[in-house]
Design a binder for this molecule. Structure first.
Ligand SMILES: Nc1ncnc2c1ncn2[C@@H]1O[C@H](COP(=O)(O)OP(=O)(O)OP(=O)(O)O)[C@@H](O)[C@H]1O
Ligand SMILES: Nc1ncnc2c1ncn2[C@@H]1O[C@H](COP(=O)(O)OP(=O)(O)OP(=O)(O)O)[C@@H](O)[C@H]1O
Ligand SMILES: [Mg+2]
Ligand SMILES: [Mg+2]
Lengths: 265, 265
C-alpha cells in the first residue's frame, strides 16, 4: 500500500481538495483507496458529506482510545473509504502531548489491524503539530500541495526540514514524491518565478540523501477553477459535480501521473 | 487603543494580507499602529521583509522569557511598528501548555509595559491553538477574514463558539466587529449564497448576548487581485507596490470603514 501524506503547514493551499479529488480519481481507476482526515476542522469529512454530528467513531478515538483505524472506516463510494474526523480531534493534539510514542500513535493503530488497500491518502491540517507528525510517521510518501505565491514559498525550507527530522527519528522510509502546484494561475510575475525556484531547489538535491532527493514537480498543475470550490457544497468530488471541467481534467491527469509511478509487484 | 485580532482557524483566507494592508492604510491615515505576528510561519514578518534569521527578539521571547511586548517592536514605516515572529514560535505552543495562565501570557506582557498606540492588529495562525487563544485574550475586537467558499463557512460555528468561550472565561470585553470577505470573486453560485448565509446568521443574533450580537459584514469586500499576492515578494504593502490597484482601493476602503467605527474620546 502506498500511504501518501498531503502535507503543507501553509494554510489554504489545496490539501483537502487534492486528497478528495485525487482519491476519487484513483478509486475510479479501480484502486482501493482509503482517505484519513487528520484535520480538527474536518474539512475532508464535510466535503464528503460526513457531518461530525452524525459520526460516532472517528480519528479522535483512533488516537486517544486505541481504536484500530480499520474500525472507523466508512464507505463513501466504490473502492473509496474514509476515516472521518470531528472537531473533537482538536483535543487529541493536547492529549497526545503527554503520551509515550505520541508521534507514532496513528501508525500503531494501523499496524494493529492492517488494511488491504492500494492507496491511503492523509489530509493534514495546517501547521506543524502532533497531528501532522502522526501523518508523517505513518506515510511512505509525501506530496506537497503548493500555491505559486511568495508567502507559500517561504515555508518550504521548514517543511522539508520537518520531513528530514521525521525520517531520521521515526520513519526511515519517508520520501517526498513531489510538489504539486494548486490553484495555479498563469500570472507572469509570480508563477513562472516560483516554479523555477522550486525546480532549482529540487534539482540541487539530486544524489544527496535528503528525503526530497527524488522529488519532482508534478507535470500536472491544478489550475484555479471555481468548480473545485463549489463541489464541496454538493458533497461531491469534481468528477461527479463537473466532470467536464478543467478541475476534473487536472485531477484525472494527476492520478495518471501517480499511477505511472507505481512500482510493479 | 483598539486591539483587533484577525482570526479564522481556516487556512489561507487572507488573515496576514489583511493585517499588513489594513495596518498600512491606518498608519497612512495618521493612526499609530502596532502589528503582532503570532504565526510560527512568520508570514507577517516575511511580508514586511523581517527575515527570521535577522531577528534577535520576537514574540517567542515575549511568551516564554517574560520580555515585554514593547521591547521587541521594530519600526517598519511612519506610525507602523511590528512585533515580529520567528519559527521558534512553534516551540512556544508546547512550552505554554504547562504554564500557569497560559492563555493570558501575551496580555500580561503588554500590560507590564503599556504601549501608546491607536491600533494593535494581531495576525493569528491557522488553527485553534494556544497562540490564537493568547491573541483572543488580549484583543478588544475580532475581525473574521473569510473566503466565500463552502469549506471556509463550515468552520464559522466553531470559530464563534471559541470566541464565546474566551469571553466567558478570560476576556469579558471581547466582541466580534465583523466578517470581512477576502479573495472575493463574484461567482454566482458561491459568493451570493454564502454572503446571504453569513448575514442571516449575524442578523438572528441581534439583541442577544453573543459576542457577535453587534457584528456586521463589512461593506468593503476585498476582491481577488493577483497584485495582493505579488506585493509580499517585494516586502511592500499594496499601497507601495500597486497604489492604483483594486487591492489598494479595497484595503483603503476597509480602513475608512474601521475609522468610522471609532468611538470619540
Ligand atoms: N484549484 C482550485 N481552484 C479554485 N478553488 C480551489 C482550488 N483548490 C482549492 N480551492 C478552494 O480554495 C480553498 C482552499 O483549499 P483547501 O481547503 O483544499 O486547502 P487546504 O490546504 O486544505 O486548507 P487548510 O490549510 O485550511 O486545511 C477551499 O475553499 C477550496 O474549495
Ligand atoms: N485578495 C486577494 N487576492 C489574491 N490573492 C490573495 C488575496 N488575499 C490573499 N491572497 C494570497 O492568498 C494566499 C493566502 O492569503 P494569506 O496568507 O494572507 O492568508 P492567511 O489566512 O493568513 O493564511 P494562513 O492560514 O496560512 O495564515 C497568500 O499567498 C496571499 O498572497
Ligand atoms: Mg484542509
Ligand atoms: Mg497568515
Amino acid at each position: 500500500m502506498r500511504t501518501i501524506a498531503l502535507f503543507n503547514q501553509k494554510g489554504g493551499v489545496g490539501k483537502t481538495t487534492t486528497t478528495v479529488n485525487l482519491g476519487a480519481a484513483l478509486a475510479a481507476a479501480h484502486r482501493r483507496v482509503i482517505l484519513i482526515d487528520m484535520d480538527p476542522q474536518a474539512n475532508l469529512s464535510f466535503h464528503l458529506g460526513l457531518e461530525p454530528k452524525n459520526i460516532t467513531t472517528s480519528t479522535y478515538q483512533v488516537l486517544t482510545q486505541d481504536v484500530p483505524l480499520k474500525k472507523v472506516l466508512l464507505r463513501v463510494d466504490r473502492h473509496l473509504y474514509v476515516a472521518p474526523a470531528t472537531t473533537d480531534l482538536a483535543g487529541a493534539e493536547v492529549e497526545l502531548v503527554n503520551m509515550e510514542h505520541r508521534e507514532t500513535k496513528l501508525k500503531s493503530m494501523v499496524e494493529i489491524d492492517p488494511i488491504r488497500a492500494d492507496y491511503c491518502l492523509i489530509d493534514c491540517p495546517p501547521g506543524l503539530g502532533l497531528l501532522s507528525l502522526n501523518a508523517l510517521c505513518l506515510c511512505t510518501e509525501v506530496i506537497i500541495p503548493l500555491q505559486a505565491h511568495f508567502l507559500a514559498l517561504q515555508g518550504m525550507a521548514k517543511l522539508m526540514e520537518t520531513c528530514a527530522t521525521v525520517r531520521e527519528n521515526f520513519n526511515p522510509i519517508l520520501s517526498i514524491s513531489g510538489v504539486l502546484f494548486c490553484q495555479y494561475e498563469a500570472t507572469p510575475r509570480l508563477s513562472g518565478e516560483i516554479t523555477q525556484e522550486v525546480k532549482a531547489f529540487l534539482e540541487q538535491a539530486r544524489g544527496s540523501d535528503h528525503p526530497w532527493s527524488h522529488a519532482q514537480v508534478f507535470q500536472t498543475q491544478i489550475r484555479r477553477n471555481i468548480k473545485l470550490a463549489e463541489a464541496p457544497s454538493f458533497n461531491q468530488s469534481i468528477f461527479k459535480y463537473a466532470p467536464n471541467s478543467a478541475g476534473a481534467a487536472d485531477y484525472a491527469g494527476l492520478a495518471q501521473e501517480i499511477i505511472r509511478m507505481e512500482v510493479p509487484g
